[in-house]
Structure formats: C-alpha cells, structure tokens
Design a binder for this molecule. Structure first.
Ligand code: ADP
Length: 697
C-alpha cells in the first residue's frame, strides 16, 4: 500500500509540468529532480544530482539565497514557504531566467531536505518591464508636449524632458544640444547629470563633437567613442563623468537640423530600445523647440511692433497736439485780427453811410458809394474769415433747433430778389409741399448758407437765366435743399477745389465779385450742423448745389429774435432822449452824428457802464443804446440793472455789438433787450430800430 502510494507520488513529481526538485538543506546538493526541471534548465538528471542548488543562482543572489534557506522553519509539515521575491537562475546554456519559488521542507531518506517548485516568470516579468518602460516613454513624450502646449521657452521644454529621459534610458548623462551651424558650435540648452540639471544657454563647444554632421542631417544617429577621442578638456570632462561612449540623435524639424539629443554612458552598445526611445524624444523635442522658438520670435516681433505702435502713437499725438496748438494760435490770431479790423470798419461804413445820405449826387456820391462798396466787401471777407477761424478753433456756437424749411427759404429768396432782378433772373420754388416741415439746424447759419448758394446761383448765372430753389426728401431720409442755376456750371476738374478757402476756381479774372470763402464756410457750417453739402450738374447745364439736413418733428417754441422792424416812415423826425453807453469814441461820434440829423433828439453819451446807469437814473432817457464790451461792467449787466430798476424797467434797450452768436442774442433778448444790432452798423437799420423804440410823437 505504501509502495503503491509512493509510486503515485513519484509519478506526480516526475510528470509535474513545473520544474521541481528536492535538495539537502545542509549540503544544498540536489537529491531529486523531475523531467520538467531537466528540460527547463538543460542539465541532465545525473548532472543535476552532482550539483548544488546554489549553482543555479546568479552569484550576486547567492548570499540572499543562503539566508532564505537558513530561515526555513524546521519540519513544519504544513508550512509552505512562498518566497515572493523573484530569483534569477542560470540555465545550462547561460540563459538567465526569472523564477518564483515555492518551497517546503521535508525529511527525505532521513535527511532534512526541501521540496521546491519553480515557476518561470521570465516572459511575464519582461512584459511588465516593457509595459512600465512604455508608460515611462509616453510620459517623457507627454512632458515635451505639455511644455510645447504651455508655450514654454525652449529651455523649459528641454529641462522637463531630460529627467524622465535620463531615467528611462538609464544613462548617467543626457544633453539637449542646439546647433549654431554658422559658428560651427553647439550650445547646451539643458544637460542632466546623475544629480542635477544644468540649464543653458551659455556653454558652447565645437560642433565636431557631434560626429558626422551629414549623417545627422540624414537622420542617422551617431555613436562617438570617447576613449578614441583626442585629448582635450571635453574628453577629460566626459571621461571624469563616466562617459566612455555617447550617442548623438539628430533633432530635425521640417527637414532642418536644429540640434541633437546626446546621451552617454559606460562602454557598450546602446540597445535598440534605447535608440528608439531617444529618436522619438528627439523628434518630439525638435518640433517642440522649433514651435517654442517660433512663438518666442512672434512674441518678440509683436512686442517690437507694440513698442513701435506706442512710439508712433506718441509721436502722432505730439504732432497733433503741436498742429492743434498752431491751428489754435492761427485761429486766435485771425479771430482777434478780424475783431480789431471791424472796429475801424465800423467808422468807415458808418460815416460813409452818413456821407451817402448827405451827398447830393455827382462825383462825391459816386466816390462815397465806392468807399462803401469796398468797405462792405472787406466786412464780408472779415466776417467769413472770422467764421471759418471760429469753426476751426471749435468756438463756433451753434444753436441747433427745428427750423421751418419754408421760413428759411422764403427769407433767403426775399433777400436775394433785388440782386436777381438786376440780372433779370427768374427765381422759382419747387417742392413747396415740404415747406411746412422742419430741419434740425441753426436758423441764422442755415440762412447764411442758403443765401450764399442762392447768391452764387445768381452771380454765376447768365443774364435772364433761371434759379430754382427746390426741396425734397433724399434717399437717405433727410431733407435735401437744392439751388440750381442756368450758368456755365463748374468743370469736373475744378470741383475738387470747390470748398478750398480763397480758391475762386478762376472767377478772380472775371468781373464777378467774391472772396472765395463762401463755399468753404458753407461746407464747414453745414457739417457743424450735422449735414452734408455737394454739387451736381443741373439739368439746364448749370450747377446744382445741395445740402442735406436731418428732419425733425417737434418745432420747439423758439426764442424771439429781433425781426426786421417796419421801415422808418419817410420824412418822419425822431424825438426823445437817447443814452448811448459805449467806450469806443468813433462809435460814439458816429451815432451822435447820425442822431444830430434829428434835431429833436437829445443825445447823452457814456463811456462806462456804471456812469451810464447813473446818467440813466438822472435823465430818464426814452431809449438806451448799449455796447456789450465796456471797461467796467458788461453791457449785459447794464441791461439787467435797467430791467431790475423799478424806475427804468420800462425803458427800451437796444444792444449794439460786434459779436452776435445766436446764443448770445437769445440770452440778451430773454433778459429784456428790445433788439440786437451788429457792428458795423447799418445806419438805416439803426434809425428804423430807434424810431420803433421811441414813443410816438
Ligand atoms: P466766391 O466768393 O468767389 O463766390 P465761393 O466760395 O462762394 O466764393 O465759390 C467759390 C468759387 O466756386 C467761385 O469763385 C466760383 O468760381 C465757383 N462757383 C460757386 N458757385 C458757382 C455756381 N453756382 N456756378 C458756377 N461757379 C460757381
């Protein structure tokens, strides 16, 4: 029975597919081996039985093995020891295998022995190692990618890749080199030794250390034998850091050799796997570094551009400020000059008009008329220059309000009618259906522009021609006012200069008088009112000027402006006391002379505001004329005091001033001024207003 069981166990032992053996714990000599062990290890059974267990182990593992054997518990029948550490065994043919061992001690023929089952895990372990490696490899590539995506600097990308790369390749030294092909040099981007990373750039060495450049260009790796290299500082440095051989893997980006990944170690061939990993990393690094350099270049470029833009903007701002200053100075000068010129003109025109009234005819009258004509022309010029300079200095005060189209058109045509009649020009109005509607504009300025276009349409028309003033809704939805004539028109090549100040487009050689400022001013005014102005050909061959303005619906009640008073009844004498507050002697004399004709008028001059007020309280005049610019208080203050004084409140006040902005006129009228007359004075207009203000005789 026992013999039969023994035979069965022997069979189980012998045919077990796993290698098994029994050895003497004291001597380590094999006592029994099975067929699988014989086959797996390659030793014949007889050979085995002469060997010791320790003969299977690699020399470096022997000590550990002896320790394990010594620790094996004695005769613990059921205690199975599974040494979980993996051992390395050498087969007869020299192949080293990884084995897991399960051992149990037993008594064998009276000796203390161990029964061993060996499980070859070489391929399992190899698979694990390769898995770990490939995951590490992926992590190296991932590091490079990460740096690239984060748009890090080339040096940061190289640094991030080097540490895992060194560990993966298991080399003491790895370097990312950049080539400076022109200088024939290599520069460190980053290098890693056993302990630390060193970052470049800065360290340079000869390009020839990288091996055959042409081969690198072709993408071939180079293996450089340091021991065979000529003596030199580089060689010494390499050898001291344990590098006897190094490999250079080219970094090619879009076919261009930008550098190389080099790594070195002890003597010996680099494995295919190491080479493959290095090549992958080098390819990835090449792309990442090129990208990063590109990104850096773009960034540098854009910074430079930004800097240039900042500089240019600054320069432009300075130039603009300078130009603005110059322009303001010019406008100020013009504005001041114009104002200064108007004062003497007031005397010329005023006294001229007086002479005209007194002259009986003949040469004197003709001379006076020439003086007046010249004076008026000069006045027109000054006014236009003043307006243009005001607009350019941004000082033109416009008061935008709803202006009834019909009112503006009719008033302008009424003013122009005498001129048209002189030339036998028929004036026609079309589109009157729109006349009850309103445009957004400054009343005075709109009339000024229209008057300018209408008088040009008459001036540059032919005798007996036609002038059509039209109005319709433009495609833009705005209101278009047109002035068309039957004159010669304006040739296309001159139109570009149409709105240039002082450019009369050749009319200066014609008998037609003008300043060349009307259209320039009109354009500025129209634009300041938010409108546009332009020229088309008229159907009749002449010119068709148009302006477009926004339509507006709500006609606000407008502050009453001084409207034209009824004309002085011919031959009527004025009577009453008139106080004139004015600091300019020639203006005072002019009005005094004008009134001297009227023997029933008592004239009281005052050259200061306060003096004027006390004279007013003393003499209770029937009418007060007041200038706005006075040496002590302003004419406006004089007006307000008069209106606040219970005794004087009902005395009419007429303002005479050289400045007439619509806002100012409105303000003074609201403060109680009866009328606002601008200087230079129109003598007839002045008389008419005085007549209207004085009590009826
Ligand atoms: P001016 O004071 O000379 O009339 P404008 O600025 O009003 O100045 O006009 C500039 C020039 O444009 C004029 O000198 C004239 O040559 C030309 N021009 C203006 N309006 C007309 C028109 N309706 N027909 C022909 N030419 C015109």
């Amino acid at each position: 029975m026992t013999a039969a069981r023994d035979a069965t166990f022997r069979l189980l032992f012998e045919h077990n597919p796993l290698p098994m053996w029994v050895y003497d714990i004291a001597t380590l000599i094999f006592l029994e081996v099975n067929a699988a062990a014989v086959e797996h290890y390659g030793y014949a059974r007889d050979e085995f039985l002469t060997m010791k267990v320790s003969d299977l182990f690699l020399p470096e593992e022997e000590a550990r093995m002896r320790e394990a054997v010594a620790r094996m518990p004695q005769a613990a029948a059921s205690a199975i020891r599974h040494y979980d550490a993996t051992w390395k065994h050498r087969c007869k043919n020299g192949r080293v295998i990884d084995v897991d061992i399960v051992a149990q001690d037993l008594s064998f023929g009276g000796r203390r022995a161990a029964l061993v089952v060996a499980h070859d895990v070489t391929s399992l372990k190899a698979a694990q190692t390769s898995l770990a490696r490939s995951s590490k490899r992926l992590s190296v590539l991932h590091e490079i990618d990460r740096g690239m995506i984060a748009a890090e600097a080339p040096v940061a990308i190289a640094e991030a890749a080097l540490r895992p790369l060194r560990d993966l390749l298991d080399v003491p030294r790895a370097i990312v080199n950049l080539f400076d092909l022109e200088a024939g040099e290599v520069e460190w981007l980053a290098a890693i030794g056993r302990r630390r990373v060193r970052l470049g750039p800065g360290v340079r060495y000869p390009l020839k250390l990288m091996g055959d450049l042409e081969a690198l260009r072709r993408g071939e790796t180079q293996v450089v034998d340091v021991d065979a290299m000529a003596d030199g500082p580089e060689t010494t440095a390499l050898l001291t850091s344990g590098v006897h051989v190094y490999m250079v893997v080219p970094m090619l980006a879009r076919g261009e050799l930008i550098g190389a990944l080099s790594f070195g170690g002890a003597r010996g061939q680099f494995s295919d796997e190491q080479v493959e990993i290095a090549r992958e990393a080098a390819a990835q690094l090449a792309i990442a570094i090129t990208q990063a350099r590109l990104a850096e270049a773009v960034k540098r470029h854009s910074e430079q551009l930004e800097q240039r833009v900042r500089e240019r903007t600054h320069e432009l701002a300075e130039a603009k400020a300078e130009a603005d200053r110059a322009n303001r100075a010019k406008s100020d000068f013009l504005s001041r000059m114009s104002h200064e010129l108007r004062t003497p003109l007031n005397a010329i025109l005023g006294f001229g008009q007086l002479l005209q009234m007194q002259a009986d005819g003949g040469h004197d009258r003709e001379s006076v008329e020439q003086i007046l004509k010249g004076g008026r022309h000069l006045l027109e010029l000054i006014n236009e220059v003043l307006d243009i300079s005001r607009i350019e200095a941004g000082r033109l005060a416009l008061s935008q309000e709803p202006v009834q189209i019909g009112e503006a058109v009719t008033r302008v045509i009424d003013l122009a009618r005498p001129l048209a009649a002189e030339r036998r020009i028929r004036v026609q109005i079309v589109g009157a259906a729109l006349h009850p509607r309103y445009v957004l504009a400054d009343t005075q300025r709109l009339q000024q522009v229209l008057l300018n276009l209408v008088s040009n349409g008459i001036k540059y028309n032919r005798d007996g021609g036609r002038l059509v003033v039209g109005c319709h809704e433009a495609a833009t939805g705005r209101i278009r006012l047109t002035v068309a004539d039957t004159g010669a028109g304006i040739p296309a090549e001159r139109r570009a200069r149409l709105f240039t100040p002082f450019d009369r487009l050749g009319a200066e050689t014609s008998p037609v008088e003008g300043t060349g400022l009307g259209l320039a001013l009109s354009r500025r005014l129209v634009e300041a009112m938010g409108g546009t102005i332009g020229l088309d050909d008229a159907e009749a061959g002449g010119s068709l000027f148009w302006i477009e303005l926004a339509e507006t619906t709500s006609p606000d009640a407008r502050a009453g402006l001084a409207t034209a008073p009824p004309p002085v009844a011919e031959g009527r004498r004025l009577r009453g006391t008139i106080l004139y507050v004015e600091d300019n002697p020639s203006n005072l004399r002019l009005v005094e002379r004008v009134l001297a004709e009227q023997t029933a008028v008592r004239f009281i001059p005052a050259m200061q505001g306060r003096l004027g007020l006390s004279l007013a309280r003393e003499h209770r005049p029937d009418l007060i004329l007041v200038d706005l610019h006075l040496p002590d208080i302003s004419g406006e203050d004089v007006l307000r005091e008069v209106k606040d004084d219970p005794v004087l409140a009902r005395t009419p006040v007429i303002v005479l001033s050289a400045d007439a902005t619509p806002g100012q006129v409105r303000r003074l009228v609201a403060a109680g001024a009866r009328a606002y007359l601008t200087k230079p004075l129109d003598v007839r207009e002045l008389l008419t207003h005085i007549d209207g203000a004085l009590p009826a005789p």
